[in-house]
Each structure stands twice: as C-alpha cells, then as structure tokens.
Write a protein that binds this ligand. Structure first.
Ligand SMILES: *[C@@H]1O[C@H](CO)[C@@H](O)[C@H](O)[C@H]1NC(C)=O
Ligand SMILES: *[C@@H]1O[C@H](CO)[C@@H](O)[C@H](O)[C@H]1NC(C)=O
Ligand SMILES: *[C@@H]1O[C@H](CO)[C@@H](O)[C@H](O)[C@H]1NC(C)=O
Length: 270
C-alpha cells in the first residue's frame, strides 16, 4: 500500500484535536457551523426531504446527562452522508460546535493533502486508517471523547455501499461501546436517497430536488449487554462481536422500516 495518496503525513492531527489552540477552536467552530448551515440548506430546503423521529436526536443533544456519551450509527450511501445527515438537525445544534459529533473519516480519501486535512479536522472528522483494525489511534481518540460525554458518529460499514448486498459491520464501534467508561446511548439512523444527491459516479456534483428520507431509530441502551458481557468474562473480541452483531440487526430492522416510509413519502402521483 504505497500509493502516493498515502504519503501525506497525518500524525499532527490527533495531537492538535486533543489540545487545540485558541485559534484552532475558533476556526473549528466556524467550520462546523458553516458546514452545518450548508448541509441544512442543501438537504432540508433544496431537496425533497422527509425526516422521521428527529425528536430522538434533538432530545438527546438537549438533555442527556452530561456524562453520558452518544454514538450514532448509520448506513453509508454517498460521500456527502456526513455532513448531509446533520442537515436534518436543528440550527441551534449545528451552531453549537461542542455539541456536534466527532466523525470517523477515511484517511486515504479525506486526509490526502494539508488543505483537506485542515478542512476535515476543523470539521471534527478523525482520520481512520481502514484495514488497520480496532486498536488504532482514531478509535482510541473516539473512546476519549466518549469518556467526556461526547458524541461520536460511525459508519460501521466502513465504506460507501455501492453493492446490492448487506455489508458486515466493522467491530470498531463494538470496541468503543465496550470500553467507554460510561456506556453510550446508541441511536441508529437509516437514510434513503443520498446516493441521488451526491452520485457515486463522476462528475460527483451535488444534485437538487431529490427524494430523501431520514429515519432516527429508538435509542438503544447498551448498559445491560455490556454488564452481562463483563459478568461472563467475555474476551474483548467476543464482546465487540456480540455488540456489533446486535447493532447490525437493529440497523437492518430500521432499514426495512425506512424503505416502507420512503415509498410512502414519495408515491408517484397519478
Ligand atoms: C447497499 O445498497 C443497496 C442498493 O442501494 C441496498 O439494497 C442495500 O440494502 C444496501 N446495504 C446496506 C447495508 O446499506
Ligand atoms: C470471571 O472471572 C472472575 C475473576 O477472574 C471469576 O471470579 C469469576 O468466577 C469468572 N466468572 C465466570 C462467569 O467465569
Ligand atoms: C419523488 O417523489 C415524487 C412524489 O413526491 C414521485 O412522483 C417521483 O417519482 C419520485 N422520484 C423518484 C426518482 O423516485
């Protein structure tokens, strides 16, 4: 794996995110708010978008206990999914950078030069090295943020889905949940239509007036499962597999539900 794209060194990013300078914090706040506003305009106003159960995320962002972290997991259909999904949030959340998510982004796609690296890391994206497994710096960083009661978003499929099949979820999210000092609340999200807004084929131009459905699933309290796994001395590998399999199941249920909603939302007018 020695193509040129990978040559860009990203070692400076995580230390910077851990100990941001004043200037970094200001630039990051502006980036998060600007990207959020852009996403909202594009997703909620320039496309035909239906959002289901937004109150689930809004309530958790407003009033979950300060020490309780949040993990959102969703399907991955286009390179605009994050930030696009967050176009469904309220403006007051988009304009509160400390409330907004940390998100894992592929280092070989988003962090290939310094300009992009600045943009994505100011936007609270963390470079994850795909194929490097669950014990890597990006996942450690997420666990640190969870320990502070933060919000981490993961696309556990680990890549944009361009196939017809269901993809097995990656175990990183299982490790985060198992190792977080306070077990996170997990919210699954399913969306349909994002691959029409940013097609996965050239020329990769954002599209307008597409039919989009976003569905926030019920929050999942993983505390009991984590306790049970600890009580029976599950190995870390068993634990993260068990947790991830469970989430995969919930995500697929939400998928079926959302596909029905989407059909219903956008029935052809006869
Ligand atoms: C992947 O995309 C296909 C086609 O859009 C869809 O049928 C399938 O459910 C998707 N799988 C996942 C896991 O997103
Ligand atoms: C788990 O390990 C602890 C300490 O090693 C031991 O006391 C306990 O009996 C074990 N529990 C099970 C269910 O194996
Ligand atoms: C989008 O929704 C409208 C109804 O609101 C429907 O007539 C149209 O066929 C849908 N477009 C696609 C591509 O499904």
């Amino acid at each position: 794996m020695t193509n040129n794209k990978m040559a860009y060194n990203i070692d400076w990013i995580l230390p910077n995110l851990r100990n941001p300078t004043k200037l970094w914090s200001i630039a990051s706040s502006i980036t998060v708010a600007a990207v959020g506003l852009f996403s909202k305009i594009l997703i909620q106003w320039l496309n035909k978008t239906k959002i289901h159960n937004r109150h689930i995320i809004a309530d958790l962002l407003d009033s979950r206990p300060k020490n309780v972290p949040l993990i959102t997991v969703s399907n991955h259909h286009s390179c605009f999914d994050d930030p696009g999904i967050w176009g469904t949030l309220k403006l007051k959340h988009l304009f509160s950078p400390s409330v907004m998510r940390w998100s894992l982004a592929a280092h070989d796609i988003c962090f290939t030069c310094w300009q992009h690296s600045y943009l994505f890391s100011l936007g609270k994206c963390i470079p994850v090295i795909r194929g490097a497994g669950v014990y890597q710096a990006a996942v450690d960083f997420c666990i640190e943020q969870l320990a502070k009661g933060g919000w981490v978003h993961v696309f556990p499929e680990g890549k944009v889905n361009m196939t017809k099949e269901n993809i097995r979820l990656k175990w990183g999210v299982g490790r985060m949940i198992f190792e977080s000092p306070v077990t996170p609340i997990v919210v699954p999200i399913w969306h349909t239509g994002m691959d029409d807004v940013l097609p996965n084929d050239p020329p990769y131009v954002l599209q307008l007036r597409k039919n989009l459905t976003f569905n926030y699933g019920d929050p999942i309290d993983m505390t009991h499962m984590v306790k049970m796994l600890r009580a029976k001395n599950a190995t870390e590998e068993e634990a993260r597999k068990h947790i991830t399999d469970f989430l995969q199941d919930r995500l697929l249920k939400l998928k079926s539900e959302t596909e029905v909603l989407h059909k219903d939302n956008f029935k052809a007018k006869s």
